[in-house]
Design a protein around this ligand. Structure first.
Ligand SMILES: Cc1ncc(COP(=O)(O)O)c(C=O)c1O
Length: 481
């Protein structure tokens, strides 16, 4: 009898273990990387050891139950998000930070350095200078002036602020597909701004640009190296030639596309632009886009370090206490997150931003995913595609009688795909980007709402067949309605 109940108990235990294992298998650890938390715990102790000469000052949490409850509430609230970290999120320009960036950022939070001045963030300011110099080296710059910013908008603001001072009263020019921030920033800075139309490839139209240059009013041309909507790359070799003729300042907004300078699998024309990127006067690149960083990390670089003179200021409350360069002396923003510099520095140590390296290969995979996706769309009679992707953004529109109907179908496919956990994006683009005549579509609008996918996670390549299957199913369903 005793033997029987022992066996039963053992059987029960095995069953319960199996149940637990099954439950664990479905736990979110299948989605979120958590190993770094263990390393973070260890390195946090090591960081703390650097301060043991101080008298003890307890750092424990007060009101622990409230703390737990509030954090649980945060977890609940954060569930109301698209799954940006997942390969089936293939919509907007969103990329998860690398675990080392996240861990290094968090580690530095126990210090919370401020990279305004060395007094507020000695170690992290040094790390920022090193990390930024490495980004400058990506573009072949041995000397430069630059720093991190809170994002691409602030970085471009600094570049245009400098441009405005170098050529006062002159216009800023950017393509019609440039980020809207340029016209807005110009307004903020009191500078005149004019958009130039794009050609059928989504790039700045050079004839239209020449007409504006002939007015003699242009001080700065902004070349977009990877437009936000379609990933088009403005033609630098021709722009550099025009600069020789007209003498304008050339700024490259490479907030999204800058890191592609490391990729080996770009089209010849695109590669020719990246090969000349080092010849511009200033560059903006966002580590919080393709550089695997948490948000709050943009970067502005000037080729001529002498632009530092434009930043010169004197105020009674700055606390620049050493001869060494305080980053606040060459930045429009005062307080800045030292943690951003720490995250970036750690990421670049772990994955050096060099050609042929692991980081470069991950970008190449994103482009490969885009080419694969484009290849499938191009031969599918249900869709029209414009130019091939230059980087990793793919756009397409459904074939319909009219462009207005196609727009409505795009929106319906977007919704149906989302119901199947495939998250795409929508973009309003000029009809002229598409060859609508071949499938016999009638143009009854100037723009078309098309589907857009930013394939900026290397995992998108492996997931492409699955992404395609879902899109196929969603499209069939919508088109049968
Ligand atoms: C080309 C380009 N420039 C500037 C920006 C603005 O950058 P941020 O959103 O970091 O301010 C973006 C954002 O997508 C962009 O794609």
């Amino acid at each position: 009898m005793a033997k029987q109940s022992k066996e039963k108990a053992e059987e029960k235990e095995v069953k319960s273990k199996k149940k637990k294992a099954r439950k664990n298998a479905k736990r979110p650890s299948e989605f979120f990387e958590k190993d770094s938390l263990k390393v973070l715990r260890e390195t946090l102790d090591s960081l703390e050891n650097g301060f043991t000469k101080l008298p003890v000052a307890s750092g424990s949490i007060k009101k622990r139950r409230d703390f737990n409850r509030v954090l649980q509430e945060v977890a609940e609230r954060m569930k109301d998000n698209y799954p940006y970290f997942h390969p089936l999120y293939a919509g907007q320009m969103l990329k998860p930070p690398h675990p080392i960036a996240r861990a290094a950022y968090m580690l530095s939070m126990w210090i919370n350095p401020n990279n305004h001045a060395l007094d507020g963030g000695r170690a992290s300011s040094k790390m920022e200078k090193e990390a930024v110099a490495e980004i400058a080296r990506m573009f072949g710059w041995k000397t430069h002036l630059g720093h991190l910013t809170s994002g691409g908008t602030m970085a471009n603001l600094e570049a245009l602020w400098v441009a405005g001072q170098v050529s006062p009263g002159k216009e800023i020019i950017a393509s019609g597909q440039a980020h809207y921030t340029h016209s807005r920033i110009s307004g903020v800075l009191g500078l005149k701004f004019q958009p130039v139309q794009c050609d059928r490839d989504g790039r700045m139209d050079l004839d239209a640009l020449k007409e504006l240059l002939d007015t003699g009013e242009v001080g700065t041309v902004v070349a977009t190296i990877g437009t936000t909507a379609v990933g088009a790359v403005d033609p630098l070799p021709q722009l550099i030639e025009l600069r020789e003729q007209y003498g304008f300042r050339l700024h490259a907004d490479a907030a999204y596309g800058g890191y592609y300078t490391l990729a080996d699998n770009l089209a010849k024309e695109t590669m020719e632009t990246y090969d000349r990127l080092g010849e511009v006067d200033s560059i903006v690149v966002d580590p919080h886009k393709h550089g695997l960083q948490p948000y709050g990390c943009g970067c502005v670089l000037f080729h001529d370090p002498m632009v530092a003179r434009l930043y010169k200021h004197d105020s009674p409350y700055t606390y620049f206490t050493s001869e060494e360069l305080h980053l606040g002396e060459i930045s429009l923003e005062c307080s800045r997150a030292g943690a951003s510099a720490v995250g970036l520095w750690a990421t670049q140590k772990f994955l050096p931003p060099v050609r042929g390296g692991e980081f470069a290969k991950s970008l190449e995979k994103c482009r490969e995913a885009a080419l694969k996706f484009y290849g499938k769309l191009r031969v599918d009679a249900r869709f029209v595609t414009p130019f091939p992707p230059e980087l990793d953004i793919v756009i397409w529109a459904p074939v319909a009688d009219t462009t207005t109907k196609a727009s409505a179908i795009s929106r319906a496919i977007f919704d149906e795909a989302a119901k199947r956990n495939l998250h795409l994006a929508l973009a309003e683009l000029p009809v002229t980007f598409f060859d609508i005549d071949s499938p016999g579509m009638r143009r009854d609008s100037e723009t078309i709402t098309c589907l857009r996918s930013v394939l900026m996670k290397p995992e998108h390549l492996e997931w492409m067949d699955r992404i395609w299957r879902i899109l196929d199913e969603a499209t069939n369903l919508v088109m049968a309605m």
